[in-house]
Design a protein around this ligand. Structure first.
Ligand code: GAP
Length: 514
């Protein structure tokens, strides 16, 4: 029976904990809200996602280089970037439940519910009318469906207008007009909407020495901007070129929920692509498409992903889109692609007093490059993979297995070597096969429990290949290769194993699909 979205999300969370992917931080002290640790399998999956992203950026693009900038930055960086003044979320409290919500999220969720109602009507009509059904025509002409969709658009348009005017009372009014209620108390007894800054502050140096206030970076991008000229000069770069970085970011999310979707400490994979002004829209289109191709290379159904072009642009952007993923709790942003103009470089020029320009040999003039940014949350990517991959399967004999159908190259372990018994020389053979593979792949050696139990264990953590060593292996050098997804088994010679793992489970396979 199909699980409800809530049930399938709960299953993702419990699977993540049970199989060593994600633990609550400081769990023995009852945890720290919205902070998580990655366990023995989680860290491997996370590192594989990082490698896939990093290689797709830095290794596959001649004109993209990497960077690893510090988390601590000069405090003026955050004034220049606008984060001190404008990095705020509009928050509203329900007076009955005392729960706090992001006003924009309440409105977006409400609009999404209306869109879902419209979709349900379309699905019902499709069943009624069969093959001759024209969904687009129905959407635009059926009064009920058109009404839901128009209402959703109207709510978001009112919200955008209110935020542009910085009119928080108007934001509250939309919530009241739409009779949006608190999911906990069920009441519409709301406080006013207030803005909260999301940056964590800390101090550097002792108080006696005159400590200075620092922030933990809320995005990795600023480390790229302030190093733009360093990389440009020392890397002998030519515009257009990009700088990619993976690293931690910190936001004091007031409404932190949905497991690792919205965390206070998280990781971003960001790339700033510096271009000549006037060419930014071409590059924006290029990176939008390139990033979607990266997601598609993972082989999941395209219907789980969609673009959401922004109506409300940040003050620094002249185009922006999100790639949204269908999480168990609905379509949500996983990645942002923004055309950020020359806002950041100009602001750093202004605040530092140092020119942030390059020389154009064609026009013989200096100019400030424009920037197209791609920014993806590593933890959200991780969550998307887990939620797509977990499957409960009923086998022909009626038994159940849990299988994690991760893309092979991203699985924590690419192959498991399993001696059928712990005697008769089987462990020695298995260990030597393990040695053949371990310098190139993450391989597990597992001799505990019955073979069926070991297969189930590896299915549940997504190991694509199980290689079993038995007595026949000692006689003719062959082993049994079991495929995680089909559970098919075949005998191959041990000398073939390395190539089989390489051609089915190495990152190269994924990278070639981009
Ligand atoms: N430099 C641009 C930037 O930081 P953003 O949309 O605020 O843009 C980029 O963040 C990505 O970082 C998001 O698409 C999301 O995947 C991830 N992200 C943002 N806040 C997050 C949080 N609190 N927890 C987990 N991931 C987060």
């Amino acid at each position: 029976m199909a699980l409800s979205p809530e049930e399938s999300f709960k299953r993702v969370i419990s699977h993540a904990k049970e199989y060593g992917f994600v633990f609550q931080s400081s769990e023995i002290y009852d945890g720290l809200s919205a902070v998580y640790d990655y366990g023995q399998n989680g860290v491997l999956l996370k590192n594989n996602i990082k490698s896939f992203w990093w290689k797709s950026m830095v290794q596959l693009n001649e004109n993209v280089v990497g960077l690893d900038s510090a988390i601590f930055m000069h405090p003026t960086v955050w004034k220049a970037s606008g984060h001190v003044d404008a990095f705020n979320d509009p928050l509203i409290d329900n007076k009955d439940s005392k729960k706090r919500y992001r006003a924009d999220v309440l409105l977006e969720d409400h609009a999404e519910k209306l869109r879902q109602k419209a979709n349900k009507e379309v699905e019902k009509a499709a069943q009624r009318f069969g093959d001759s059904f024209d969904a687009d025509l129905f959407r635009s002409t059926n009064p009920r469906v058109a009404g839901y969709l128009a209402k959703a658009d109207e709510i978001m348009a009112r919200f955008v207008a209110a935020m542009e005017e910085e009119d928080l009372e108007a934001v509250r009014q939309i919530i009241l007009d739409e009779n949006i209620t608190c999911p906990v108390s069920g009441s519409a007894n709301w406080t006013e909407v207030r803005q909260f800054n999301l940056m964590f502050a800390t101090k550097m140096g002792s108080v006696a020495e005159g400590a200075s206030d620092l922030y933990l970076r809320p995005e990795t991008a600023q480390g790229i901007f302030v190093n733009f000229l360093n990389v440009f000069k020392t890397g002998r770069m030519k515009v257009p070129f990009g700088i990619a970085q993976i690293g931690k970011a910190f936001r004091n999310e007031i409404v932190a929920r949905q497991f690792i979707f919205r965390m206070r400490e998280f990781e971003q994979m960001e790339m700033q692509f510096f271009v000549k002004p006037g060419t930014e829209m071409e590059w924006y289109a290029h990176w939008k498409e390139a990033r979607m191709r990266w997601h598609m290379a993972l082989g999941f159904d395209a219907r789980h992903y969609r673009f959401h072009d922004h109506d409300k642009l940040a003050h620094y952007a002249n185009a922006a889109a999100d790639i949204e993923f269908q999480f168990p709790f609905g379509f949500k942003e996983i990645e942002g692609i923004h055309s950020r103009t020359d806002f950041d470089l100009r602001r750093h020029e202004e605040f530092s007093g140092k020119k942030q320009q390059v020389f154009d040999p064609e026009t013989q003039e200096n100019y400030t490059p424009y920037v197209v940014e791609t920014s993806i949350g590593l933890d959200r990517m991780f969550l998307s993979l887990l939620s797509l991959s977990i499957e409960e399967e009923t086998l022909e004999d009626g038994s159940q297995r849990t299988v994690l159908r991760l893309p092979h190259a991203l699985a924590p372990t690419q192959a498991a070597i399993l001696p059928l018994m712990k005697k008769d020389g089987l462990p020695e053979f298995a260990r030597s096969l393990h040695t053949d593979l371990k310098f190139d792949f993450q391989v597990a050696y597992d001799e505990k429990d019955a073979i069926g139990k070991r297969y189930r264990r590896h299915d549940a953590i997504g190991t694509p290949l199980c290689i079993t060593v038995d007595h026949q292996s000692l006689e003719d050098g062959t082993v049994t290769l079991r495929d995680r997804d089909t559970m098919e088994q075949k005998r191959v010679h041990r000398d073939e194993v390395f190539d089989i793992v390489r051609t089915t489970a190495s990152l190269e396979v994924l990278l070639k699909k981009i």
